[in-house]
Ligand binder design. Structure first.
Ligand SMILES: Nc1ncnc2c1ncn2[C@@H]1O[C@H](COP(=O)(O)OP(=O)(O)OP(=O)(O)O)[C@@H](O)[C@H]1O
Ligand SMILES: [Mg+2]
Length: 210
């Protein structure tokens, strides 16, 4: 049986795509799922994280494969057979690659920071998702503890027809720090707020992974 393909796409740079793929991969693997990830971004940050992880040897192995966008279908065909979930990390500012990654997915997560500028910049990705007739949700990332600006961003996203999935992820240094050692927050700070948020996201995705 083939695994479920989840693509993380957002054509705006620095929204948190790679962070989300790595953190979610670890959280899903910690639940006992067989998880793999594909890095189609030539920046290859996910691949670099994976090399660190393999060297650390203390963590559950997660297979991360680098693949050019044009080869994605072939890569996924080979990978998905032995996995429950395959996460695809896509590059910013690259419509063709984003399109193949969105087309291949059962579900698309669109990380977005809570500001109107970021919601507006997400329109290109949302339009792409719509053209490919895929289901998607926004994943609010780097949420501040409180603020008007968050409510405005949520309202603008709702107007564009998208709701946020789970509670979103706070702006927490644990997310970055764990990646620096090839891990995820559920491994380095399992009782922290960041781990709670990523577990809540994994739980919210459960119906999509059945
Ligand atoms: N929830 C978070 N809390 C704190 N820092 C975060 C969070 N999410 C992402 N970051 C930081 O934001 C920066 C950009 O994140 P990341 O590289 O994951 O984004 P990206 O969308 O993959 O970028 P690109 O478009 O260049 O591929 C990184 O320095 C990362 O550590
Ligand atoms: Mg990235």
């Amino acid at each position: 049986m083939s695994g479920t393909i989840l693509t993380v796409a957002q054509q705006k740079g620095g929204a948190g795509k790679t962070t989300l793929v790595a953190q979610l991969a670890v959280a899903l693997a910690a639940q006992g799922r067989r998880v793999a990830a594909v890095d189609i971004d030539p920046q290859a940050s996910l691949g670099a994280w994976s090399e660190l992880r393999d060297r650390a040897a203390a963590y559950t192995p997660i297979r991360v494969v680098k693949s050019p966008g044009w080869k994605l279908d072939l890569t996924l065909g080979e990978l998905a057979r032995g996995c429950d979930v395959v996460l695809v990390d896509s590059p910013p500012h690259a419509e063709t690659e984003a399109r193949v990654a969105v087309r291949a997915a059962r579900f698309v997560l669109v990380p977005c920071q809570p500001s109107l500028l970021d919601v507006w910049a997400s329109r290109a990705t949302l339009e792409l998702v719509r053209r490919e007739s895929r289901a998607a949700a926004i994943l609010w990332n780097r949420l501040p503890p409180r603020g008007h600006v968050v409510d405005e961003a949520r309202a603008a996203a709702a107007e564009a027809g998208l709701a946020g999935l789970a509670e979103g992820l706070g702006n927490r240094s644990d997310f970055a720090r764990s990646l620096h050692v090839g891990a995820g927050v559920v491994e380095t700070a399992p009782r922290g707020a960041a781990a709670r948020e990523i577990r809540a996201l994994a739980a919210a995705l459960r119906p999509r992974l059945a």
